[in-house]
Ligand binder design. Structure first.
Ligand SMILES: *Cc1c(COP(=O)(O)O)cnc(C)c1O
Length: 415
């Protein structure tokens, strides 16, 4: 680094220290198992909350090992999907009774899209199109395509921002991502939802990259259905169960395409005829994955004294600061941010387009800055305000600049 960049770096280091000292979420970091690495991959797999191993040990040795089958009732296993669903609901603006936890996001996309098409078609009008965000995370698109074939619909990929103008009298459902997983662009949930409703259709939002990172307001904005995963910003652990939101007004007509026995009105009647339960329970399928689910429940306790609004404020400060540090340290033109600069359009990550991005990320990880690489040329950095600090952000940008400049790392090895 030149002398001027060095003094600039000192200013940014000082600024980071000040921001960390004033950060009201700073103490939350201690609730997570972390090391010296700067972990900026919580948008792919959230860090481990330290309360989880002890809780899981108790679930395994006492609830399963000693109580065995009694735990379905005595340990609250049977009702865990709704109980934990309400906990997730608080973080996405859903009043109790509308969210159920279980299965993967992929499976919940299927339930939500088919269920929403059935509701739209039962209204009488001829509706045979499903709109899908064209740059969606692939699983949503694959499943929407299959859901379209099963319901006699055609699938129309559109740019997420164009859904309000693309929706029409033939649209049954629009499946949209709240935040784009690649660019970090935040889409207009209130406006898009209103436009879809004005056309008489339903909207299914995928909240994988927004839940736990920013306020969603499902009830406030009249969202119909929503899905999301819990292993990103909600830190539930690898493959932790996803969730399904079905708004109160739609629950009586929600006709699940996977009506397993757990969603039956009286599951232990073992009735050969299916009769759906009322409420969020209708979104359940089979026996819940209790170990993962209870790990998630404990992980969510981290949120007990935190508001999503505070997390959002810090998230924007972190991404702003990262972009400034990158601007100060990285030679002009070497990377290009594809994440919107405007706060109202930004999720909780920064995606930088960069030549040789795969090798650059491998070297960053080797030097203790963990983001990820999305082909062909994107460096992705996710910011989890519960455990990421401003000094981490400054260090990440500085190490990125060193790697791009071919400067050796601390062990003297050039990457
Ligand atoms: C992470 C993510 C998924 C993951 O789906 P799984 O079924 O959990 O593998 C789906 N959709 C989006 C938009 C995601 O970001």
């Amino acid at each position: 680094m030149s002398d001027t960049t060095l003094s600039g770096a000192r200013a940014l280091t000082d600024e980071a220290a000040g921001l960390d000292a004033a950060d009201e979420l700073r103490a939350k970091r201690a609730a997570f198992a972390l090391d010296d690495a700067v972990y900026l991959d919580g948008n792919s797999l959230g860090a481990l909350p330290t309360a989880v191993p002890g809780r899981l040990a108790d679930v395994i040795t006492r609830e399963w090992g000693a109580l065995r089958i009694r735990s379905w009732g005595e340990s609250g296993w049977w009702t865990a999907p709704e109980r934990i669903g309400d906990r997730v609901g608080r973080l996405i603006g859903a009043a109790p009774g509308q969210v159920v936890v279980g299965d993967s996001t992929s499976v919940n996309v299927f339930k939500a899209v088919v269920g929403a098409v059935r509701i739209a078609q039962a209204r009488g009008a001829h509706r045979d199109q499903i709109l899908v965000d064209e740059s969606t995370f692939p699983t949503d698109g694959y499943i929407a395509e299959s859901a379209a074939r099963m319901t006699g619909c055609t699938l129309r990929p559109v740019v997420a921002g164009d859904v309000p103008t693309a929706v029409g009298p033939r649209t049954a459902v629009a499946l949209v991502n709240h935040v784009d997983y690649r660019t970090g662009r935040l889409h207009d949930l209130p406006g898009t939802t209103a436009a879809v409703h004005a056309a008489g259709a339903l909207v299914v939002w995928d909240l994988c990259h927004s839940a736990g990172a920013l306020p969603v307001g499902l009830d406030a904005h009249g969202v119909d259905l929503a899905v999301g995963c819990t292993y990103k910003y909600l830190n539930g652990g690898p493959g932790s169960p996803a969730y399904l939101y079905v708004a109160n007004e739609h629950q009586p007509r929600f006709d699940s395409p996977l009506p397993g026995w757990n969603s039956h009105a009286d599951p232990f009647a073992m009735d050969p005829a299916y009769a759906p339960a009322d409420g969020a329970v209708r979104g359940r399928v089979g026996t819940p994955d209790i170990l993962s689910m209870l790990a998630l429940e404990t992980a969510l306790e981290v949120w007990d004294d935190v508001t999503v609004e505070a997390v959002r404020t810090k998230s924007l400060a972190l991404t702003d600061f990262f972009l400034r540090c990158v601007g100060a340290y990285v030679p002009a033109g070497r990377v290009e941010s594809i994440t919107p600069a405007e706060h109202g359009r930004r999720g909780s990550q920064v995606a930088l387009r960069c030549a040789d991005a795969g090798e650059v990320m491998a070297e960053l990880v080797r030097r203790g800055v963990v983001g990820d690489f999305r082909r062909p040329d994107v460096l992705r950095f996710g910011f989890t305000p519960l455990y990421t600090g401003f000094a981490d952000v400054e260090r990440a940008a500085r190490v990125l600049a060193d790697v791009l400049a071919g400067e050796p790392g601390e062990d003297g090895v050039t990457g």
